[in-house]
Ligand binder design. Structure first.
Ligand code: ADP
Length: 251
């Protein structure tokens, strides 16, 4: 099934007010922050994604839900250029107007402004929370004083201002998840792909993280969040449901 933003359409959960992107003229692809066109992904006999077309505009927070094994992580990995190279892929991924390979293209998507909150968080457990946020900024060429300030701000935003010196392995699962969110936010991404970013969080922290993702989208980023949590999905500007690799509906 093909899911495109309707012409000037207001998705069911979209707040009132002007669309962040004018869809009313041709050339919508150029204004799309992130897109998959006819994306199919197979792992041997397993069809993980089947002809999925999805366009995400700057300013949107799109929730992708569906049962375990529906293809949510595969979709996010494809959009991040981080798909397992063993996969068989058909279709296209376009990020910030540039075609990108779904596999082996993480460097390219980082350069295009994509940040990821991966499932399992992807943190270096023997580094501190601060180091996990700071090091990628320094690697990306952010000057040290700014990187330090951005790290401090991002950890404070997720309520971990007092935990920066703790090794990640000393933190709870929920705290680790919030460090992963802080690391992604500190990069100030144009595009954020978050895979179950609230799965380990209590109610208050779940609300906090969802508010941060909404705020990032309101600032003009395109945000895609895979989630099992239908309440979280209801807070998104759009909700795509995957089932056995097919985008079956837009709730
Ligand atoms: P979800 O995130 O919705 O739980 P996934 O995208 O992780 O679903 O998985 C979709 C399907 O693809 C599942 O059947 C899963 O077992 C399979 N799959 C995902 N990644 C791989 C992989 N690297 N190798 C083999 N099969 C995979």
């Amino acid at each position: 099934m093909r899911l495109r933003r309707g012409r000037g359409g207001v998705a069911p959960n979209q707040p009132a007010g002007p669309s962040p992107v004018d869809d009313s003229t041709e050339g919508g692809e150029a204004r799309t922050a992130l897109a998959a066109y006819g994306l199919g992904v197979r792992f041997g006999e397993v069809v993980a994604l089947d002809d999925v077309t999805l366009e995400v505009a700057p300013g949107e927070l799109v929730a992708v839900s569906g049962p375990s094994g529906a293809g949510k992580s595969t979709l996010l990995s494809s959009l991040a250029g981080a798909l397992d190279p063993a996969a068989g892929v058909t279709g296209r991924v376009v990020v910030a107007g540039s075609p990108v390979r779904p596999c082996d293209a993480r460097e390219a998507t980082v350069a295009l402004g994509v940040s990821v909150v991966p499932q399992g968080n992807g943190l270096a457990t023997v580094l501190t929370a601060t180091e996990n946020v700071l090091v990628p900024l320094l690697e990306a060429g952010v000057r040290a004083p700014e990187a330090i300030e951005r790290t401090r701000e991002a950890l404070a935003a997720v309520g971990l201002e007092d935990s920066g010196d703790h090794l990640v392995e000393e933190l709870s699962g929920g705290q680790q998840q919030r460090v992963a969110v802080a690391r992604a936010l500190a990069a100030r991404p144009r595009i954020l792909l978050a895979d179950e970013p609230t799965s380990e969080l209590d109610h208050a922290n779940r609300e906090l993280v969802l508010a941060l993702l909404s705020e990032l989208a309101a600032q003009g980023a395109a945000v895609v969040m895979a989630t099992h949590d239908l309440e979280a999905a209801a807070g998104a500007t759009r909700h795509v449901v995957l089932d056995e690799g097919r985008a079956t509906s837009e709730a």
